[in-house]
Design a binder for this molecule. Structure first.
Ligand code: FBP
Length: 341
């Protein structure tokens, strides 16, 4: 697999990597390759704004509220517009779905509709924008399965049908991590040349794990199973070495750390808000893409009862509890929830 054969220090751009990946799909037409290029370019444009967020009029709110009931940040809107305008005219995508929009986003009639469906969370962790904390963009790609120019049905596909998924992390450096179902590779943007270069080939979640990531401020609203699981992670159970707690409050940042260092991120269902008895995070453009990547790196994603990739989505913005990261830690969560509810 690419990455394992490359000598350390070889300069591999994401374009070359995607092209070499394409060569392992004899039936490939290059459309997915170009769609991944477009997403990488959109990521560079968004990064150019996040990096200067404190200096430009991009901080603060638009005054609008999105379908999630959240205040829309200017940077949210910019990221959302950038991803849509990058993909609405290329003839590669039939329709899109965004965390920021209540309904699916069909391709304007004046443009040809393509064979792929692109769903995205344009700017994850947006509650952290004003505090200069890591942000991310999460995306997932499916084949269009209906005839014509596509419909909601094309967006409500199980994670087992994912063609490609990934995220951009806008942190100390800008990274793009993706998979087409042949392992997970990470690229770092070299601002000097404006290129994403292969920096993390063939990522596998290491054992033993080091971290657990959860908003423990919600603990009293969790089920007994999740409470017992958290105590186990903290080493309060006999014979268990506790893990260290890390929580940024930006899903992509917390997931990325655990992907590279070993650990589990979880956002369980809680009784705090009737709206969120199924958890806070969105199945289609947060839980499925990250669970796909985790599984490709030897880990697992679960809602506490079943693999996230086996859930049949019902609605565009449906929420789900999420436990994702090191396989053994996620399986333990399922065991505690099965035992204690
Ligand atoms: P969005 O910013 O895309 O709405 O994502 C939700 C999110 O910010 C995640 O990034 C993060 O893991 C979680 O919510 C933090 O929630 P909380 O503040 O309740 O811990």
């Amino acid at each position: 697999m690419l990455g394992e054969t490359d000598q350390p220090g070889q300069i591999i751009t994401i374009e070359r990597h995607i092209l070499e990946e394409q060569s392992s799909f004899p039936e490939a037409t290059g459309t997915l390759t170009n769609l991944l290029y477009d997403i990488a370019l959109a990521g560079k444009i968004i990064a150019s704004r996040t990096n200067r967020a404190g200096l430009t009029e991009i901080l603060g709110r638009t005054g609008d509220t999105n379908i999630q009931g959240e205040q829309v940040q200017k940077l949210d809107r910019f990221a959302d517009d950038t991803l849509f305008r990058m993909n609405d005219h290329t003839g590669r995508v039939a329709l899109m779905g965004s965390e920021e929009h209540e309904d699916i986003l069909p391709i304007p009639a004046k443009y040809p509709a393509g064979k792929y469906v692109l769903l995205y969370d344009p700017l994850d962790g947006s509650s952290n924008i004003d505090y200069n904390i890591c942000l991310g963009t999460i995306f997932v790609i499916y084949h269009k399965i209906t005839t014509g120019r596509g419909s909601l049905e094309d967006c409500l596909q199980k994670g087992r049908r994912v063609v490609a998924a990934g995220y951009l992390l806008y942190g100390t450096s800008t990274m793009l991590v993706y998979s087409t179902g042949r392992g997970v590779n990470g690229f770092t943007l070299d601002p000097a040349v404006g290129e994403f270069l292969l920096s993390h080939p063939a990522i596998r979640i290491p054992e033993p794990p080091s971290y657990y990531s959860v908003n423990q401020g919600n603990q009293k609203y969790w089920s007994r199973g999740v409470q017992e699981y958290t105590a186990w992670l903290q080493g309060q159970k006999p014979g268990v070495r506790g893990l260290s707690a890390r929580y940024v409050g930006s899903l992509v940042a917390d997931f990325h750390r655990n992907l590279l260092a070993g650990g589990v991120f979880y956002y369980p269902a809680d009784t705090r808000d009737r709206e969120k008895t199924h958890g806070k995070l969105r199945l289609l453009y947060e839980a499925i893409p990250l669970s796909f990547l985790a599984e490709q790196a030897g880990g697992r994603g679960s809602d506490g009862g079943q693999n996230i990739l086996d859930i049949a989505p019902q609605t565009l913005h449906q929420r789900t509890p999420l436990f994702v990261g090191s396989r053994a830690l996620v399986e333990q969560a399922e065991a505690f929830i099965q035992k204690y509810g």
